[in-house]
Design a protein around this ligand. Structure first.
Ligand code: HEC
Length: 290
């Protein structure tokens, strides 16, 4: 137990990084989804540019959100900030919730500060400017895929910039007809291949499929009794949980282990619903003893 806690402290920092990397790598799936939905053109080249771009200086991007008066939405960034290298492709999420009992169409405007870095802020995918419908009571997590152009490093006027703020404001739309539903971001089919990558990056530090690491082995965990791997030193909470893991249970556990099972000792939350869905799809493909 003590050892577990020591590891947990050490891992807390690397986890932060892990989550970011995990979320970043997830962008390919979402990006594909986006292309399927919108048929966006010319974006592939920009993605390639983002990947191959020179990696050098770090910048911290902070996220800020606002809702125009009269629009009954809650709108917040899932992560407060992210640190990344120039040219590095990053995927971040914003969460919107329609607090009213009727469908509402909104549109977002964004700005980047300091203003002089605006031209270096490249969005590959976002929900900006287009009309977006959010059903009564619905809540969605919307991806923004971006990078900061390495050319920023060559511009003497931006050499002092280490922090960039991306700020979004949602307004109620004046022309709601035919607006696509934001639910599309959550509605895609589960992607086990993306889940495998997310698992390696976000869970692999503590879990393997076929042997205990800091956490128990997870091959075949869907349908398995909670806390049941012989000799693994589970917390009391998990050991005596008394249920079998199913998809709904795993989803809640991954979102917030301590909320699902007070006293449990897994120190990692996965806030992005699509990421949880894909990781669970991947875990379902695994079998114990294989
Ligand atoms: C920092 C280490 C750490 C990370 C990262 C981590 N886990 Fe865990 N996990 C644990 C520990 C420790 C336990 C045992 C908790 C307990 O005994 O209360 C656990 C338990 C579990 C269990 C319960 C297994 C059982 O036998 O009942 C599941 C399922 C699980 N983790 C899935 C995941 C998934 C999926 C990820 C990645 C999204 C992940 N974990 C990331 C440490 C981690």
């Amino acid at each position: 137990m003590k050892r577990l806690r020591n590891y947990a402290t050490l891992l807390a920092l690397s986890l932060l990084l892990g989550v970011m990397v995990g979320i970043t790598s997830y962008s390919v799936t979402l990006y594909r989804l986006f292309c399927q939905v919108t048929g966006a053109n010319g974006t592939t080249q920009r993605v390639a540019a983002a990947v191959s771009a020179q990696l050098g200086r770090d910048v911290t991007v902070l996220f800020d959100t606002n809702v125009a008066p009269g629009l009954p939405w809650r709108f917040a960034p899932v992560q407060r900030s992210i640190k990344l290298r120039l040219g590095q492709d990053a995927l971040v999420f914003f969460e919107a919730e329609n607090l009213s009992n009727h469908d509402i169409t909104g549109h977002a405007a964004f700005n980047v500060t300091p203003e002089k870095v605006g031209i270096y802020f490249k969005k590959i995918q976002c929900f900006c400017f287009t009309e977006e419908k959010l059903a009564a009571g619905a809540k969605v997590q919307m991806p923004v895929d971006f990078y900061v152009d390495p050319a920023l490093a060559l511009d003497p006027s931006t050499s002092d910039v280490h922090e960039i703020t991306l700020s979004y404001t949602f307004f109620e739309s004046k022309k709601p007809q035919g607006a696509p539903d934001l639910a599309r971001f959550a509605a895609g089919p589960p992607d086990a291949a993306a889940g495998a990558r997310l698992f390696a990056e976000n869970c692999g530090a503590c879990h393997a499929l076929d042997r205990a690491k800091i956490g128990p082995p997870l091959a075949g965990v869907v349908g398995r009794r909670a806390g049941s791997v012989p000799l693994y030193p589970y917390s009391m909470a998990l050991k005596f949980a008394g249920f079998n893991w199913d998809e709904a249970r795993l989803d809640r556990w991954l979102a917030d282990p301590q909320a699902e099972l007070p006293g449990a000792q897994m120190p990692m939350k996965t806030p992005v619903a699509q990421a949880r869905r894909d990781i669970i799809a991947y875990l379902k493909t695994t079998r114990a003893g294989s």
